[in-house]
Each structure stands twice: as C-alpha cells, then as structure tokens.
Design a protein around this ligand. Structure first.
Ligand code: 6IA
Length: 140
C-alpha cells in the first residue's frame, strides 16, 4: 500500500524528528511517498519562499496524492497544508489516520476530529503510535 505521510512544514518543524520516526514505522506497511516530510534538512524556509517553487511543490504532492492508497497525518502542529491533504484524501475515499498528542495542550479542529472518513487517535509515545498504526492497518 502506498502511504502518504503528512506533517507540518511551514506551520513549524518542531516535530520533525517524530515525523521521521513515524515514517520508519510506516515503512513496514508499504512505501512512504512523502519521506521528505521527516527530513530535518527541510526547514520552514530552507529552499526559499517563492511562488514558482511552491507551484512545483503542489504539482509533486498532488501527483503523490493520486498514487496514495492511505494517508497518515501527525496533526499536533496545526498546518494548513496537512488539513488540505486530509481533505484531498477524504475526497479520494482512501483511509485516513490522524495522530494527535493531547499533552501538547492543543486542541484538534472539529472539522478534522468530526470528519466521518478520518480516524483521529490520541497518543503520546512512539510506542503507542506504533500500536495504533498496526491496529489501523489491520482494519483497512
Ligand atoms: O502548510 P504546511 O507547509 O505546514 O504543509 C505541510 C504539508 O504540505 C506536508 O504534509 C507536505 O506534504 C506538504 N508540503 C508543504 N511544503 C512542502 C514542500 N516544500 N515539499 C513537499 N511537500 C510540502 C516546501 C519548501 C520548504 C523549503 C518550505
């Protein structure tokens, strides 16, 4: 199963190490099309901030989205791009798992947590996330 992993880029890279760990766990279930999301070399403004570059990002990501068979998102850092990707996956009717850490003190958007085609699950440790991912892939 081709997996689309979504995590914050311009909304902040504080969780990038965790994204990398989640991507490693996900690779057990299939190729992760968006491994770059977990790459610490990709920073908020590392490759500049220009409209032409962003058009290429959109084209590439939408091509990955066409290929994707499942979407897993880490949503603790609220990101416009991740919300957009969740909506695209919902439109495609592929399974969507959203992982959220309540200890962050944040709250998930009602539009995401209430979305009938997306499953939002709370966790704190990578070990917990691993179990949630295992269970999720058994159900799809
Ligand atoms: O709104 P955000 O930037 O936080 O959105 C993050 C989400 O959008 C991720 O799940 C990615 O799949 C996608 N995305 C956003 N920016 C990029 C990007 N480079 N490359 C690939 N996917 C992206 C942006 C350039 C970088 C130097 C800031």
């Amino acid at each position: 199963m081709k997996i689309y992993f979504a995590g914050s880029i311009r909304a902040g890279r504080e969780d990038v190490v965790l994204y990398g760990q989640l991507i490693e766990k996900l690779k057990k279930y299939g190729p992760v099309l968006t491994e770059h999301v977990g790459d610490p070399k990709i920073t908020i403004d590392g490759e500049g901030y220009d409209t032409e570059g962003d058009k290429k990002v959109w084209l590439k990501d939408m091509d990955f989205m066409k290929q994707a068979e499942v979407l897993v998102a880490e949503i603790t850092i609220a990101s416009l791009g991740v919300g957009y990707e969740i909506a695209k996956a919902e439109e495609k009717s592929i399974p969507v798992l959203c992982l959220f850490r309540p200890a962050s003190g944040k709250k998930v958007s009602g539009l995401i947590r209430g979305c009938p085609k997306a499953t939002t699950i709370e966790y704190e440790t990578i070990e917990e996330a691993e179990k949630i991912i295992e269970k999720f892939f058994k159900t799809i």
